[in-house]
Design a protein around this ligand. Structure first.
Ligand SMILES: NC(=O)c1ccc[n+]([C@@H]2O[C@H](COP(=O)([O-])OP(=O)(O)OC[C@H]3O[C@@H](n4cnc5c(N)ncnc54)[C@H](O)[C@@H]3O)[C@@H](O)[C@H]2O)c1
Length: 355
């Protein structure tokens, strides 16, 4: 098992390995004394992994409660959040107790926000069960729900006390959900680590998942420790996300996060090439790598449709928006543009290189 320390406003470890869910309670006990633990999970993950985590927590002296919500992005809303908070209050959770987020990024984001809000903040443990949650959403303390106006528009920075990532849980993921995580992993390679990108371009990943998770968490840990509150370097992690969030919203969340950011990354790369901002072309290499892993790369919406949703994204500040621009595979940089330039950038992003 690998142990990756994260230095943020709260210090914690990310544990990465195979078969480690059975000892979840033991790992929790290393950092949190036995107390009440509320396992928050969704309707798909509950039948798969809740018993294992529950048994381990009970064996380690915790008393265990469960809150299960309907799986899916549409549940990441204020109603689920309120229901979790009410459940914790009805069961007399106090600030010495914990929440355990068992599931993918939706579970982690909503349970993390509930932890940030409940009695002004209680500790929580992330137990990611999707590839995406393992490499991205479980680490770094960004928590959120979606509002009708858009993705992740209400949230808080609230770091977990521990992250337990058992790569064996990926074995039960539907291919399309695994592919969503692949999009984020390819993003990590594109923004800072060429060898990681090349592994997705040419190599095999299935037998190397713990190492890939470790590489991605290491990149995220470095960015979070430099810029926990997302005002500078951490924004590199948003590569493809401004357009991606707009696509998710326009599709009513029927296009998954991974496919949406996959399209967003390709569009930003095409636009950057046509604006002569790249030192090396990268959009074709990027789209081939993404398609090799079953991800979408062509946008079903027009620039005008995307524009409004992009302008509603929280990455906008006043009349400017900060974009992540690839300069070559393995290197991206931040670039702030007036919002008036966005439609043109979207149009360029929609043009395939061969047109
Ligand atoms: N907080 C952050 O920093 C951050 C970063 C990236 C993404 N996100 C958020 O993460 C969310 C996407 O996360 P996701 O792709 O994990 O979605 P998800 O949590 O909805 O999980 C995807 C699907 O897989 C199912 N599932 C989860 N684990 C499983 C397993 N082991 N076996 C079988 N099925 C399983 C879930 O029930 C769900 O149906 C988005 O809401 C996105 O905004 C947050």
């Amino acid at each position: 098992m690998k142990r990756i320390p994260v230095e943020a406003s709260r210090k914690y470890d990310v544990l990465v390995g195979y078969g480690i869910l059975e000892n979840a309670g033991g790992y929790c006990r290393e950092v949190i004394e036995p107390c009440k633990a509320l396992i928050i999970t969704d309707s798909n993950v509950e039948p798969l992994y809740s018993d294992t985590v529950t048994a381990s927590l009970l064996n380690s002296g915790y008393s265990v409660f469960h809150y299960v919500f309907t799986a899916g992005e549409r549940s990441k809303n204020i109603h689920t959040l309120t229901a979790i908070l009410e459940f914790a209050a009805e069961n007399r959770f106090t600030r010495t107790d914990i929440f355990v987020a068992l599931g993918g990024g939706v579970t982690g984001d909503i349970a993390g926000l509930a932890a940030a809000l409940y009695q002004r903040g209680i500790r929580y443990v992330q137990v990611p069960t999707t590839f995406l949650a393992a490499i991205d959403s479980s680490v770094g303390g960004k928590t959120a729900i979606n509002l009708i106006a858009g993705k992740n528009l209400a949230g808080a920075f609230w770091q977990p006390s521990l992250v337990i990532c058992d790569c064996d849980t990926f074995k039960t993921l539907p291919d399309s959900v695994f592919a969503d995580g692949t999009a984020e992993a390819i993003k990590y390679g594109m923004i800072t680590e060429l060898p990681l990108f090349e592994q997705f371009e040419h190599g095999s990943i299935s037998r190397d998942l713990d190492n890939i998770v470790t590489s991605c968490v290491n990149i995220k840990r470095r960015l979070v420790s430099r810029d926990e509150y997302d005002r500078g370097a951490r924004q590199l992690l948003n590569f493809g996300h401004t357009i991606g969030h707009a696509i998710e919203k326009l599709s009513g969340y029927s296009i998954s996060h991974g496919n949406a950011i996959s399209i967003g990354m390709v569009m930003m790369s095409r636009a950057a090439e046509q604006m002569s901002m790249t030192r090396e072309p990268c959009s074709k290499r990027l789209s081939r790598a993404l398609e090799r892993h079953g991800l979408e790369t062509e946008c079903p919406y027009k620039a005008g449709e995307l524009l409004e949703a992009v302008l509603g994204d929280k990455k906008r500040s006043g009349d400017e928006i900060t974009l992540v621009i690839p300069t070559r595979p393995g290197k991206c940089r931040l670039h702030t543009v007036p919002t008036g330039d966005i439609e043109r950038i979207l149009e360029l992003g929609l043009k395939r290189g061969d047109e």
